[in-house]
Design a protein around this ligand. Structure first.
Ligand code: 15L
Length: 258
């Protein structure tokens, strides 16, 4: 089978740093694009610099791609003006570029901050209504809806990954529920890129945490079988001071919106 031609956006970000070498090791023909020129992480990786809000930059990034893994954008709570540019305008240009270049699928880094105002401990289904915890969470709700639109109207597939806390190891009590370990993140992304005919699909990006809050039946349908569990770190984490967050979005849920 020919190698998957994949464009990864947000190449300089934390998730990309973990995923780029792993995707190359899996034989992906990878183009990595960042707003600042990314350093290649391995032989065969094509790197590009460009601002995705510019259609010419989106064209350069997406030409010839089978799929795009969209990690670019603001990844924390920021003023609305900035979120609109980085998370809404750039995403729309990615989808429009995908239309022009007949890109089959967008794998979209969504976030648990789409539901961050739900109280901790409440079990959630993907069918539960969004309760974003700020501008960033709002932009991810909008991004998921954009994926739905481009599938319904233009037949471009989207797998939206509602990522919890993607970290090498959990660092606070909330992460005992929200953690996505790096091995599991690689496995989830790989399933999202390799399973045929996803249509529009949303899944939780989370490990098999004993204290998890999110029902991930749809991820099982995607063939994702998480193997990491934050519980392995529970004793050490619970020995530390607890910030005492009341909402699933943790600190995002208490931050002001600007
Ligand atoms: C996210 O979506 C953020 O990008 C990241 O910075 C973390 O805050 C993470 O969620 C989380 O909720 O732990």
């Amino acid at each position: 089978m020919p190698a998957l031609k994949l464009t990864l956006t947000g190449a300089n970000g934390a998730l990309a740093q973990v995923l780029r070498p792993r995707l190359l090791a899996r034989g992906v023909a990878l183009t990595s694009t960042g707003i600042r020129p990314p350093e290649p992480v391995g032989p065969g990786e094509r790197v590009l610099a460009g601002d995705l809000r510019d259609p010419a930059a989106a064209d350069a990034a997406l030409e010839g791609a089978d799929m795009v893994l969209h990690l670019a954008g603001s990844s924390v709570e920021r003023p609305l003006a900035e979120i609109i540019q980085n998370n809404l305008v750039a995403l729309q240009q990615v989808y429009e570029g995908a239309r022009r270049h007949k890109v089959r699928r967008v794998v979209f880094a969504s976030s648990n901050h789409t539901i961050g105002m739900y109280p901790i401990g409440q079990r959630l289904q993907l069918s539960d209504p969004p309760r974003p915890d700020g501008n960033y969470g709002l932009s991810k709700v909008w991004g998921e809806a954009m994926g739905r639109l481009y599938w319904d109207k233009f037949g471009i597939e989207t797998v939206a990954l509602r990522i919890g806390s993607a970290l090498a190891a959990p660092a606070e009590p909330r992460h005992l529920s929200t953690w996505l370990g790096h091995e599991d993140m690689e496995a989830l992304v790989w399933q999202a890129l390799s399973v045929p005919d996803t249509g529009f699909l949303t899944v939780w990006g989370v490990s098999a945490n004993t204290r998890g809050w999110w029902d991930n039946a749809q991820a099982a349908a995607l063939g994702y079988q998480p193997r990491q569990n934050a519980e392995d770190y529970a004793a050490a984490i619970l020995a530390r001071p607890d910030p005492g967050w009341l909402c699933q979005g943790g600190s995002f849920a208490t931050a002001d919106v600007q």
